[in-house]
Design a protein around this ligand. Structure first.
Ligand code: CUA
Length: 165
């Protein structure tokens, strides 16, 4: 008579290894999100407010987009994205300025990614995206549309010029 082994859950060694790798990856991702949130100043680009994309150029702050000085070194920048450009497409601020960006779209989905910074938002018609950045290093910072928006997508860009004090 042969000995009856108790039935156990059989997991293929390779499957077991991949389960372990998946759990390890989850742990790495949780640590990465925590580190970016607390150590690198990651900002969740919450939709700040809703607007009517058909009327943004008629009324409100987007009717006259551009830079506004709130106090010395404190600015607000209202930017309108449309196929295939940003208005304004050039902004100048002195070194050390803190700029809060308010960005919306007049037509389709666009993106706003500011090189050399962690400013990177989706720009959707009907919503205002808001992010704040402090410019401590002088230079030219290119911003580009980072969401495919049609035939002229690659020509959607502008620059922020941070002038040395
Ligand atoms: Cu706008 Cu791509």
């Amino acid at each position: 008579m042969t000995e009856q082994k108790p039935e156990t859950l059989h997991i293929d060694p390779w499957e077991k290894r991949w389960i372990q790798i998946s759990i390890l990856m989850l742990i790495i991702f949780v640590l990465a999100v925590g580190a970016s949130g607390f150590a690198f100043g990651f900002q969740v680009p919450l939709p700040e407010q809703r607007v009517d994309p058909a009327r943004i150029t008629d009324e409100g702050p987007f009717a006259n987009p551009g830079l506004r000085e709130l106090a010395p070194g404190r600015y607000e920048a209202y930017i309108v994205a449309q196929i295939w450009s940003f208005t304004p497409n050039e902004i100048r601020v002195p070194q050390g300025s803190t700029v809060t960006f308010y960005i919306t779209s007049k037509d389709v989905q666009h993106g706003f990614t500011l090189q050399k910074t962690n400013v990177n938002v989706q720009v959707l018609p009907g919503y205002v995206s808001k992010l704040t950045h402090r410019f401590d290093t002088p230079g030219t910072y290119l911003f580009v549309c980072s969401e495919y928006c049609g035939a002229g997508h690659q020509s959607m860009f502008g620059r922020i010029i941070v002038e040395p004090r």
